[in-house]
Ligand binder design. Sequence first.
Ligand SMILES: NC(=O)c1ccc[n+]([C@@H]2O[C@H](COP(=O)([O-])OP(=O)(O)OC[C@H]3O[C@@H](n4cnc5c(N)ncnc54)[C@H](O)[C@@H]3O)[C@@H](O)[C@H]2O)c1
Ligand SMILES: C[N+](C)(C)CCCC=O
Ligand code: NA
Length: 504
Amino acid sequence: MANRNVPIPRRQLYIGGEWREPVKKKRIPIINPATEEIIGDIPAATAEDVDIAVEAARKAIARDDWGSTTGAQRAKYLRAIAAKVLEKKSVLATLESLDSGKTLFESAADMDDVAGCFEYYADLAEALDSRRKIPVNLNSDSFKTYVLREPLGVVGLITPWNYPLLMAIWKVAPALAAGCAAILKPSELASITCLELGEICREIGLPSGALNILTGLGPEAGGPLASHPHVDKISFTGSGPTGSKIMTAAAQLVKPVSLELGGKSPIVVFDDIDNLDIAAEWTLFGIFVNTGQVCSATSRLIVQESIASAFLDRLLKWTKNIKISDPLEEDCKLGPVVSAGQYEKVLKFISNAKSEGATILYGGERPQHLKKGYYVQPTIITDVNTSMEIWKEEVFGPVLCVKTFKTEEEAIELANDTKYGLAAAVMSKDVKRCERFTKAFQSGIIWINCSQPTFNQLPWGGKKRSGFGRDLGEWGLESFLNIKQVTEYTSAEPWAFYKSPSKN
Ligand SMILES: NC(=O)c1ccc[n+]([C@@H]2O[C@H](COP(=O)([O-])OP(=O)(O)OC[C@H]3O[C@@H](n4cnc5c(N)ncnc54)[C@H](O)[C@@H]3O)[C@@H](O)[C@H]2O)c1
Ligand SMILES: C[N+](C)(C)CCCC=O
Ligand code: NA
């Protein structure tokens, strides 16, 4: 077992490069979901603190030490942050697990991804210098034109608890690479590592106000950020209902938003797969990694009837082998869900599925050996029909529902039978069929013969009710840039549209 006695730092809000007590001095308890114990607290920002942070961000943009930096200069800061994250990896990973219930192995992997994401955007920040000003040739003697890429300004980043630091960094890194000044509002359910990012920024000497971190409740801290007149954009990852509220608030000021929302993603398994075990493991990983609290979780298994029985048999064998324990224990593969609220929500989805007539093939309850903590067994539900809640709604927990199909057409129809459109996976050795599914799936992310692998270079985001806009890749950087066209009249001749008064 890793050291669970890592002290939980008692932080304030990180504003203008300093730790600052919230104006109303309120704090929110931190709960460890594995023990249900209060292990510390975080500051709770309100509208007053948002005003102060927005002012600090505006000042940063107006100051040369941030507002006039080149991409190459910003890249140095991003690389310094990446190095600090790796230096502190073990402590940060432990804090992430204590706060969110994530297994220590996954938290450590997240910290590598966090550092990798800063490194990736450091490269893109450097490359931006040569793309900052692009001449456009009009073949004109009268006009010289060019297009500028500029930082968008002050941006609000509102993020969820499932990958507390990683989801924040998917936005923080490109926002800083672009030269924006950012205000990060992480989830009140897991904010520790985001506050530690503040300490890292202080240690590496990031210019004050370039990144501000406001922990607090959604409506009290996130709400005023979304509706603030001096915030130029909101980039949000979280639930659909909150996304709608943010879009509504931003719409009043015609403020751009990007929304990465939930999903109910399908994984379609065909009978031509060579190896049932390989497909079973990907199916398992697609729904049980991070205890199913993944926006892109492939939570609907759509399996060809001819192999359904054999495949479910393999799936059960793999599922029974998953170690469920305190997330800090060695080899733990499934920790608790994040909170009491999430625990109740997941169990309610399972009991509703039962009362609607579905069969709980495996799991569905608290594991017998764990008396405390928000643990739910990995759960597989069969005898599902398309009108059931469990087929339609995002659970955000370790719950897989299963349907069978006979034909490819039927599989496509089932896969797209959802209001969401984040991700979709197909398992088949038929290359042409995989191409047909790639085209037919109504989603932003396609996995072929796998589920969940994610790379900084590739765009991340969805369509339909999963939102719009893209994190990661060059698209993530572009979303924090303003495109400005410049047209210069270079002719010595008069424009001659009006009759010149000197000729009267
Ligand atoms: N598409 C993706 O990339 C992605 C990634 C992770 C999570 N998610 C989705 O996030 C959801 C779970 O995360 P969650 O429970 O933290 O979501 P949530 O919507 O409850 O909270 C997300 C963030 O919004 C804030 N918030 C809440 N109410 C607000 C308001 N009125 N105004 C402004 N901010 C407010 C919260 O404090 C938090 O920081 C799931 O639906 C999941 O699918 C999506
Ligand atoms: C694919 N990852 C790395 C699990 C990240 C998913 C982000 C959304 O929850
Ligand atoms: Na917590």
